[in-house]
Design a protein around this ligand. Structure first.
Ligand code: ATP
Ligand code: MG
Ligand code: MG
Ligand code: MG
Length: 439
């Protein structure tokens, strides 16, 4: 991509309304623009990162055996009356009346609708287990939308739902989600710690939230510092194996880690004092097992092996897809801008032409640009006539992992400069070597 043909409306000034670093950088890097309170347009570079995050989630969900689908954003109030949540949900639900005076709503979550799909189509235990998920826009009329995409009113969520015959089967689905979420967040360069949480309006007994530690997080968290040493890494996992999934759950939840909602001072005090941590975190996901909370009122039953009609055991599992952009930036930045982890970076590499218009520099940049594309990479070539200082500032702000700097002086010696955004280290080398190092 040539910057001269792209749409990257970088802001020089720090927007006054942005209180936290991720919000500031997302605005300054031209990733989002507020349309109204808590509602954003996703400008090309923000949209690119959003898509990368979605792709990782799709890959990891499907690896775990979960099936993608899509449900509408606007739903009828009727189903929500059947479950009893239409009144219970309160002011966070955006209620809409259509021209025929039918009561509709913008989905804040989708347990009711998926259960309706299930009950209309599944009648035998033989069709279980079943887990389906979607990545779809949600709306919650948050009382205080703030921090940009962190607490939006319209936001993108991955929500998955499992249907199982027994509690044990549903707990296996719960564990599968826990494992797949660990993998998902790690691929985004994040450490998200599963913490015992409160179930809120979703309901249920078993629930963990995934928290990214950050000073700007809205949740207070209490944990045993040993938990931050745990990594899922690239270990193999058989998602059909109950033992393997259960073992991961035990490993990642056996140390004290709770949010303020479930924090228990007496239990926390049993952790050796030097390992006790009180900090703040950003909730980037939550998994729930809630049994028959929706299947009973909505009549989602199947015939079991003896022919008895039994309500299915369910759970739901959410990831804050758009919030993740904010969480990743909170976890990975410096005073010059964003530092994208490789897994979600909008472009793999920036190419800075120090002297656009110089025939040799132009030709060398074009060659590097083409070589990176030929390798399947996605470079951003700054071919504008801005001065070098401004080009560097933009590259630092948008935080691509690598920058190749090309100028007439280096080219005389046959070299360009390759700079790592994370370490700030630069090295001179021939253009081909720089391309090879990035690939
Ligand atoms: P919070 O405690 O932050 O209000 P929640 O517990 O109400 O979130 P869930 O119902 O668990 O949210 O939804 C699943 C995920 O969706 C959350 O873990 C979070 O990452 C994301 N999410 C929830 N509300 C918002 C929001 N207003 N803006 C952006 N992401 C959100
Ligand atoms: Mg909420
Ligand atoms: Mg919450
Ligand atoms: Mg939650």
């Amino acid at each position: 991509m040539r910057l001269s043909r792209y749409f990257l409306p970088v802001l020089k000034e720090t927007p006054a309304e942005a209180q936290i670093v991720s919000h500031r950088y997302m605005l300054r890097a031209g990733m989002i623009k507020q349309a109204s309170a808590g509602i954003y347009s996703w400008l090309p570079m923000g949209f690119k990162v959003l898509r990368k995050i979605e792709n990782i989630i799709h890959e990891e969900q499907q690896r775990a055996g979960h099936i993608p689908m899509l449900m509408p954003t606007i739903q009828s109030a009727d189903l929500w009356r059947e479950s009893g949540r239409y009144d219970a949900y309160g002011a966070e639900m955006l209620r809409i009346t259509d021209r025929h005076d039918r009561e509709m709503l913008f989905t804040p979550t989708a347990e009711e609708l998926i259960t309706d799909i299930f009950r209309a189509n599944v009648s035998s235990y033989r069709d279980l287990p079943l887990t389906m998920y979607q990545i779809q826009w949600k709306f919650r009329d948050e009382i205080r939308p703030r921090f940009g995409v962190m607490r939006g009113r319209e936001f993108l969520m991955k929500d998955g739902y499992n249907f199982d015959l027994t509690k044990e089967d549903a707990l296996h689905a719960y564990n599968r989600h826990l494992v797949s979420y660990l993998r998902t967040y790690e691929r985004m360069g994040l450490q998200a710690i599963p913490m015992r949480a409160d179930s809120g309006p979703i309901g249920g007994d078993d629930t963990h939230e995934f928290l990214v530690l950050a000073e700007t997080g809205e949740s207070e968290v209490f944990y045993d510092s040993q938990i931050t040493d745990l990594k899922f890494g690239d270990r193999e996992i058989d998602y059909d194996s109950r033992e393997q999934c259960q073992a991961v759950l035990e490993e990642f939840t056996s140390r004290y880690a709770r949010t303020d909602e479930t924090h228990d001072e007496a239990v926390f005090n049993q952790v050796p004092e030097e390992r006790r941590r009180v900090a703040r975190g950003i909730e980037v996901g939550q998994i729930f097992y809630f049994g028959t909370k929706y299947s009973e009122p909505l009549g989602a039953t199947v015939a079991d092996a003896d022919g008895n009609q039994v309500p299915v055991h369910m759970g739901s599992h959410g990831i804050g897809v758009s919030r993740l952009l904010g969480a990743i930036i909170e976890a990975s930045h410096d005073d010059k801008g964003i530092i994208w982890p490789e897994g979600v970076t909008p472009f793999h590499c920036g190419i800075v032409n120090l002297k656009t218009g110089d025939a040799e520099a132009d030709a060398a940049c074009e060659k590097i640009h083409a070589a990176l594309i030929a390798l399947g990479l996605d470079p951003l070539y700054d071919d504008t006539t801005e001065r070098a200082g401004a080009k560097f500032a933009t590259m630092d702000l948008i935080g691509l992992p690598w920058r190749i700097t090309v100028g007439p002086r280096g080219l005389k010696n046959g070299v360009v400069e390759l700079t790592s955004r994370r370490t700030g280290e630069s090295e001179e080398m021939p253009p081909e070597a720089a391309v090879a190092k990035i690939a």
